[in-house]
Design a protein around this ligand. Structure first.
Ligand code: UDP
Length: 234
């Protein structure tokens, strides 16, 4: 049983059935998925992505500088964190959103001690703005946060039920891995389920990462209990 989990939610998952933006129905469903994990004693830290609004790389050019583009990407995660925290609190899941970039008018600033204090009070902590630095992704930020917050495991939820040797949506003969060593991902350019920088950080610090399907009922709680779901990278 993992005591403290880092859950990475990408923007794509928060857009739910919509073409972009934030789907409150999906957010509420995620809240219900987290509840059993909390009641079985897990502590939950969440890193949110922003791809449902803007990924930095998509808007670089025509005068938009890379740093500005990534800053806008981080602001996308901020919108998700604000909305997600509201939906979670409304669903009776005590939650606080914190931002690694100072924007106190909107949400409190992330500090290690503040996040820990919320966690110790039984609250979920949602972290916005990734690392607060451009040219990175929220996958890498998730690993970094998991190390800082001493999370036992990182759970990244996706659209498919784990890691495959090729895209299962395109190739019916794709083979799913139940377990992978960090090196198998680092050396395989076809596996893009998580940034290499994030996997590299996980490998260096021996932090286990679980990749599993968000929409399979009970997956998050099972992964938090240490049951085998999706693909375990260790
Ligand atoms: N981003 C950044 N630094 C970080 C985290 C994110 O600059 O530490 C920017 C980056 O441009 C990224 C965007 O924020 O594309 C949104 O994050 P991400 O692409 O990881 O979102 P996801 O794909 O998980 O929805």
């Amino acid at each position: 049983m993992a005591k403290r989990i880092l859950l990475k939610l990408s923007g794509e998952q928060l857009q739910g059935e919509f073409a972009s933006g934030f789907d409150p129905k999906r957010a509420r469903w995620i809240a219900e998925q987290i509840k059993p994990a909390l009641s079985s004693g897990a502590e939950v830290v969440i890193m949110v992505g922003g791809g449902n609004y803007v990924r930095g790389n998509q808007i670089i050019g025509h005068g938009i500088q890379p740093v500005s583009a990534h800053n806008i990407g981080m602001l996308s995660t901020l919108m998700n964190a604000i909305a997600l925290a509201d939906v979670f609190n409304d669903a009776a899941l005590p939650t606080r959103a914190l931002s690694t970039v100072e924007i106190n008018q909107f949400i409190d600033q992330y500090t290690f001690r503040r996040a820990l204090s919320h966690i110790k009070k039984g609250r979920i902590v949602i972290v916005a703005c990734g690392t607060g630095r451009p040219f990175l992704t929220t996958d890498t930020a998730a690993l970094n946060l998991a190390l800082e917050m001493q999370c036992d495991v990182v759970i990244k939820t996706t659209k498919v039920d784990g890691v495959y040797d090729k895209d299962p949506a395109k190739f019916p003969d794709a083979i799913k891995f139940d377990r992978l060593h960090y090196d198998q991902i680092l050396t395989n350019p076809d596996i893009t389920v998580m940034d290499k920088a994030a996997i590299g950080l996980a490998a260096e610090e021996n932090k286990p990462v679980i990749i599993c399907d968000l929409l399979t009922d009970g997956n998050i709680a099972r992964a938090a209990r240490g049951e085998i779901v999706g693909t375990l990278i260790s």
